[in-house]
Design a protein around this ligand. Structure first.
Ligand SMILES: [Zn+2]
Length: 356
């Protein structure tokens, strides 16, 4: 049995009634709870033995051959230490039943079609083997590279019909192209026809590396690139033209929940026929996962934009441990029913295979 050190949310009064400051304070305590308890100045409540029931929609696989391929083209990239067993160990520690595998950015698109197709296929085959060999523990958001439309269409067919992938994984941008690019339309037509789940992960965007001295690109640009690509998808009419694609965006939507006013005004000024009620109905159709987007302010802003049913559980393993999002969720003070939706039920609506 697991001996998970899970922080019990119901035991914390401040979670339900406290101000943002007290919630933040509890979050900090929760993240550092082990060390604090060891130091003897913070009594932890009895730790609940929770079932392994969470579905992690933001979980990377990072085999050495992907690292080597990326380094051969880009060089010097920081790469996480990872193995399938490391994933399983962190999942077991943090009550995660199933992790949906997606590639580490920068994915597989480096401008050469043949190289991209070979690496993409190799990664998808590798991940599908993990799904098959660890029954129920992994799912797959298969990689494609939409700038290569023909290769993407072939890979979509292979991923769904041969590998039985659960969805497709995209990056927020490919070079200078964002996801609303009209050249991607044939790819979306096929994904729409299949009513595919499409998980979108940020990338360090070409536009904006090393802009601010001393600040890593990931600290600002991952969240910003997520917002850029959602805005492009909505304001290009892509999401209304292909309404059956079921989108999941990372990190609580990046900065989107904080910029809704600007996008509402933009739609008001332009009055695009495909957004008769502005952009909010589109933003509210999408799903958002909570990895690195689970401070009290981030969760509160997200929940002002979308219904709870659109919120999914994600860890960003191996970049972040599952304990981090668990602490953030616990500190927010969700009800038991809300927690059940976030950690499992909302994902099952998108990924019914995992019910088995
Ligand atoms: Zn990630």
């Amino acid at each position: 049995m697991m001996k998970t050190k899970q922080i019990r949310l119901q035991s914390c009064v401040c979670c339900d009634t406290g101000s943002d400051v007290s919630r933040r304070s509890f979050l900090a305590q929760a993240v550092g709870a082990g060390a604090a308890a060891a130091a003897g100045f913070m009594a932890l409540p009895a730790l609940a033995q929770t079932a392994r029931d969470r579905i992690d929609v933001h979980h990377h696989f990072a085999p050495d051959f992907h690292r080597d391929a990326v380094n051969a083209r880009r060089g010097g990239l920081r790469w996480p230490k990872w193995s399938p067993q490391m994933s399983l160990d962190d999942m077991d520690k943090n009550s995660i039943a199933t992790a949906m595998l997606s590639v580490v950015q920068p994915g597989t698109w480096f401008g050469n079609v043949e190289e991209t197709r070979k690496l993409t296929r190799q990664l998808n085959n590798y991940a599908a083997t993990l799904v098959r060999d660890h029954k129920g523990r992994f799912g797959l958001f298969a990689c494609i590279a939409p700038p290569d439309v023909e290769g993407s269409l072939k890979e979509i067919e292979y991923a769904f019909d041969t590998l039985h992938a659960d969805g497709i994984g995209l990056l927020t941008s490919y070079g200078t192209l964002y996801l609303g690019d009209p050249s991607f339309a044939p790819v979306y037509a096929e994904l729409n026809r299949r009513k595919a789940v499409v998980y979108v992960h940020p990338i360090a965007p070409n536009c904006c590396k090393n802009l601010v001295p001393g600040i890593p690109v990931g600290s600002i640009e991952y969240a910003t690139d997520t917002t850029r690509t959602i805005a492009h998808l909505v304001f290009s009419g892509t999401t209304t033209r292909f309404p059956d694609i079921r989108w999941i965006f990372s990190h609580s939507g990046g900065t989107l929940p904080f910029l809704t006013g600007r996008f509402i005004r933009l739609a008001d000024e332009r009055k695009p026929a495909f957004l008769p009620n502005g952009p909010l109905p589109e933003f509210r159709k999408f799903h958002y996962e909570l990895a690195q987007g689970n401070t009290p302010g981030q969760i509160a802003a997200l929940l002002k934009m979308v219904a709870l049913e659109q919120v999914l559980y994600g860890t960003d393993y191996p970049f972040r441990p599952g304990a981090e999002v668990n602490a953030g969720i616990a500190a927010y003070g969700f009800s038991a029913a809300e927690l059940q939706s976030i950690k499992r039920d909302a994902a099952l609506k998108l990924l019914p295979r995992l019910k088995a």
